[in-house]
Design a protein around this ligand. Sequence first.
Ligand code: PLP
Length: 401
Amino acid sequence: MQVTRDTFNDVMVPNYNPAAMVPVRGEGSRVWDQDGREYIDFAGGIAVNVLGHCHPKLVSALHEQSNKIWHLSNIFTNEPALRLATKLSSATFADKVYFANSGAEANEAALKLARRFALDNFGENKNEIIAFKQGFHGRTFFTVTVGGQAAYSDGFGPKPGGVVHAEYGNLEMLASLMSEKTCAVMMEPMQGEGGIIVPDEDFVSGVRALCDKHQALLVFDEVQSGMGRTGALFEYMNIGVVPDILTSAKSLGGGFPIGAMLTTNKIAASLVPGSHGSTYGGNPLACAVAEAAFDIINSQEIFEGVRKKESLFRQKLEEINSKYHVFSEIRGKGMLLGAALSPEYQGRARDFMLAANQQDLMCLIAGANVVRFAPSLIIPDEDIVEGLARFERGIATLLSK
Ligand SMILES: *Cc1c(COP(=O)(O)O)cnc(C)c1O
């Protein structure tokens, strides 16, 4: 059966508008489309393909598990889930892990847990959730409401209540919104979708102090920033501020859908049997792949490599900018970088992304003004250099129009 990009318009709900080419195969940081055209991948499936495409160790973990057992549901536990939870909890502040299938689901669990913990320990008036403008936490109705872009949550009828937004980086504003009613503050320790915004460390530690003062839980959404992407296992380790609940997904499965919520024994105790659940959460295939990914990622060698690759990336982007003067700032950390467009090119990030695609490079945007790069943590240096040469050609073509 022959399918093409045109088939999409015939049979798919129109909530996406995918690129013109249809990828069919990937290896490392290279991808091939239906016509055999080769691309360099700086998009990484939106910060998911943390070890590139078809990493041999992930392929063999999936293959091995696929011959053992695929699915059980949570009426039974399984070995890959137990091993992965053991590794995640011993490598982090957490004692306990809950598995889901996506970032939104991990955050949904975190929000429900925060509400239930507050109810159990402080009564029903402590239910307010504070999050940040431009934040992104997923597309379920609760998570999209907590996310700080009304455009994503408007138009679906009444929203879940008790959600308030502060400006990211504005500690005074947060302080003025917090009270004994605050049950949790949810934040990305580095905003991804919102434009690759790295907060001041003082801001993050200030949020921690306010949460302590008001007995509110601090929830870090590390769905995009976690699993090695910023040069540490989780970004909270770089910042030195420990949350009460942390969520992970995207890079966690290296391309296989999985999400996780991590927390302490004390807080976890509120999710008693029957209080929350998922048919697929902790699926053996997903956990086996994530375990293999974790074993590779959680090493100083990988983290140092990420920091070196970041320097190379930044150096090459600065070189491009010294010729074309299109960026006002290169920001982000590790293999999660943003090139913010200068005032002259405001609103045109998508044009830059499409121009790059024309030159056989896959990249992302983060809002209308930032070109985003989220490649594999082990992308070869040659692919960084070649990919950015393609990016430069895309910019040259765009500017010559
Ligand atoms: C992508 C993302 C999510 C949502 O993850 P899904 O797997 O798409 O549900 C949540 N939070 C952050 C910070 C993200 O970047």
